[in-house]
Design a protein around this ligand. Sequence first.
Ligand SMILES: Cc1cc2nc3c(=O)[nH]c(=O)nc-3n(C[C@H](O)[C@H](O)[C@H](O)COP(=O)(O)OP(=O)(O)OC[C@H]3O[C@@H](n4cnc5c(N)ncnc54)[C@H](O)[C@@H]3O)c2cc1C
Length: 317
Amino acid sequence: MKVYIMGSDQRAVRCARVSFGKDEKVDPSRDKKLLRFLFRNRHASPFEHNIVAFESRKEEWVELLKKVENPTVQLYYSGGYIWMNLRNVINCYELLPEEVISELKRAFPTIWRIVETKGELTDEELEDLPYTTDRVFLEEKIETSSGWVGLVDRLELGTEMDYYTFVVECPLFVARQWMRHRFGSYNEISRRYTSYDIKFYIPKVLRKQAKTNKQASTDEPISEPLQSEFLKEIRKLVGEALSFYNRMVEGEVAKELARGVLPQFMKTRFYWTVPRISLDNFLTLRTHEGAQKEIRELAEAIKDMVGYKGTDKRNRL
Ligand SMILES: Cc1cc2nc3c(=O)[nH]c(=O)nc-3n(C[C@H](O)[C@H](O)[C@H](O)COP(=O)(O)OP(=O)(O)OC[C@H]3O[C@@H](n4cnc5c(N)ncnc54)[C@H](O)[C@@H]3O)c2cc1C
């Protein structure tokens, strides 16, 4: 049986550490303790960024579905493979074929041991475990006017459920649009935890409101002198908001409250693991001229990296 895996022990750590903005750091001793903490405390979403696909007939998939009692477990079938993320695997692994389990143990040795022992490992036992890391931080990165997108990994078997993981840095209002795309997994920096590396998008040019489409803009800049005046005012307001935020944090105000004064131009960072059918849907909707320019540029960057395959055309709606 062919078994394909995307991810590593470290992948779950990266997606957890993005909460603190420290997703680039690798320290196996601390990483392993973090994995144990995540498992014990049911911080489950970082595990969703690891993916397994294994060869199967459709009938075997249906048989497996019949055995799964837990309604949250999602098992997809596409192109002759069953597709699952590691969170789903952990919730039903006793039902999976032995060949799949042995590949999972090889790909995620630390995570697997933590699961098997229900998180009851000492620090010394953790220290002795093998730990798998990502080959590179990013395969490719493209900058846009408001942020950047990086390709972390992909598992391409030519199906509608091929998987991709991206890291995105963009303004808050772009991230809000992005996260309406529900078919996929997200982990994002948390401004409850960290005041680390706060950055803002300041547009180079202020575009005019579109006349025909109530939610869109045109490419036409607003005229001078208002253009320069407003841009200056934006920089001033953003600078003042950040100073006030820093003063509040220094004055022991909780970050979860102090962040309320930070404007929507603030950048956020998130990991996005998405199947091809949902990615193509995103590309169709967000490269369309009706989408906001800032998200359109990021969608175009993703299209340049991994292409568009048209799998979303299967959906009537
Ligand atoms: C130009 C533009 C303007 C928009 N304006 C607004 C707005 O004003 N307000 C607003 O709230 N949103 C707005 N949206 C967001 C939009 O309504 C969708 O939520 C977003 O585009 C995600 O699309 P999706 O649901 O197809 O994707 P996903 O959530 O990723 O879903 C992917 C696919 O999975 C299936 N699916 C997922 N969840 C369900 C479900 N619960 N039931 C049935 N099928 C499901 C569908 O086939 C869907 O196409 C806008 C989007 C665009 C592109």
